[in-house]
Design a protein around this ligand. Structure first.
Ligand code: PRP
Ligand code: URA
Length: 218
């Protein structure tokens, strides 16, 4: 059985079904999970999501010598990718992606949701100068209304970035719809597609405020 399921409507949305991801996600959702365990679980889930999300990285064959003989063997090719966490909670996914792609660069985008309007407000943006040549992995555990993800990807496109993957832990149907209306060309990998948003824009069943749970600022 495949551990990765393509959404029937949104062909660029991939839901990872794997017993390890599912079990870790259940622990992550539980309200008694403290910030230390929460960070560890986000790290472990991101390793598993990242493995799938990086399947299209290109390789080139280079001749190597094993103790037995010479042979052609694949190495990662092209300019190293950029990991772009959406501050704050996306920071908790960076180390796992760097473990998978040690030579990746890391940009940052600072966004927070205005609690009244639910619109993202930006406060920081920094990416490498030659970003138009690189693939970006944007990461944030939560895609709720989709506002933050849409803003992050729109900002990258304004800077001529052409190739983007978004990795999240939870997505809401409302956010997916909004995201793909704006950015149908971007691929999303997620550990879950939850039921819906509540009246305050929180994902249900969800896991609460990801940044607060990750950094212990509840
Ligand atoms: C959370 C989360 C996402 C955003 C998702 O961050 O980490 O960035 O909300 O919601 P959306 O899809 O409706 O935009 P938040 O704005 O709470 O900022 P923080 O990480 O600084 O707490
Ligand atoms: N941001 C979060 O951290 N959690 C939600 O459920 C929605 C937005």
């Amino acid at each position: 059985m495949s551990v990765i399921k393509q959404h029937e409507v949104y062909k660029n949305f991939y839901h990872i079904f794997h017993p390890l991801v599912a079990g870790k996600l259940s622990l992550l959702r539980q309200k008694q999970t403290d910030h230390k365990l929460f960070r560890e679980l986000v790290h472990e889930i991101t390793l598993l999501l990242g493995y799938e999300a990086t399947q299209n990285l290109s390789t080139t064959d280079i001749e190597i010598e094993t103790p037995m003989e010479r042979c052609l063997s694949p190495f990662l090719a092209g300019p190293s990718p950029v990991i772009l966490p959406i501050l704050r909670a996306g920071v908790g996914m960076v180390d796992a992606l760097l473990t998978l792609m040690p030579s990746a660069k890391v940009g940052h985008i600072g966004l927070f949701r205005n609690e009244k309007t639910l619109q993202p407000e930006g406060y920081y943006f920094k990416i490498p100068e030659d970003s138009d040549q690189r693939h970006f992995y944007v990461c944030d555990p939560m895609l709720a209304t989709g506002g933050s993800a849409i803003r992050a990807v729109s900002t990258l496109k304004k800077h001529k970035v052409k190739s983007i993957t978004f990795i999240c832990v939870l997505a809401a149907p409302e956010g997916l719809k909004a995201f793909f209306e704006e950015h149908p060309d971007v691929t999303i990998y997620s550990a879950s597609l939850d039921r819906s948003l509540n009246s305050k824009g929180y994902i249900c069943p969800g896991l609460g405020d990801a940044g607060d749970r990750m950094f212990g600022t509840l």
